[in-house]
Design a protein around this ligand. Sequence first.
Ligand code: PXL
Length: 271
Amino acid sequence: MTSTDNATAPAITLTIAGSEATGGAGAQADLKTFQQLGTYGIVALTCIVSFDPKESWNHRFVPVEPGVIADQLEAVQECYRGQLDTVKLGMMGSPATIGTVATALRSQDWRNVVLDPVLICKGQEPGHALDTDEALKAELLPLATFVTPNHFEAEQLSGLSIEDEDGLVAAARRIHEISGAAVLAKGGVRLAGPDAVDVFYDGETLEVLRAPKIGEVAVSGAGCSLAAAVTAELAKGAAPLEAARTAKAFVTRGIERRVSSNAPFDALWQG
Ligand code: PXL
């Protein structure tokens, strides 16, 4: 039975992501972004991150059991079968989670799979992060239609070291070659210069997106919100480059209106 009027029904967007309890990043940022951009947001939770104020705000990380992740995805995919064709992948946190998510993704066709390849979380074991990196490359990157690596993730995925804008362009090209996906590689505040520079490349069009940096410190939730905004725009029918431009403007505005707290970093505000 369906009771929605399809003319007014919102596009549906699923994020498979972790909770970040203070609300700046992760699933919380994704859902707020989806809502603000007019899509119907759904979340399947992969892990729970709680910053530790007693330990310089390091991340305490608890994975959700693979069986529980599979249950959430089964519920969502059956509930919206025929309507759900756009998904965002955020923090996975472990190879087991990646395997479970990849299996669920392969059980249906997708129009848009936006992979935010979140690799490292302060407080996780470095060895653990390496395994996660390998699993992500092997199992999720081939399913992605759009990838949004930050500076560190772009280095990991491309195998190149990125010193400047040319390096970011080379990495974006390389990641496209490996994945076939549209790539939005984010320089953020990591590259020198007055602008926050991101590089879009989809195999045909190369575009450098620029906005004046707002401070020199990364704002929590910027990466998650950027990828979520790309996801929402693609779900509504935007072309990849158009989605990237809208997302960049959305994040720039959200950083201008950021929320400060007792943590040593501010959080982006999507509203
Ligand atoms: O910003 C990356 C990120 C993604 N997802 C979760 C996080 C973080 C960073 O804190 O906690 C759940």
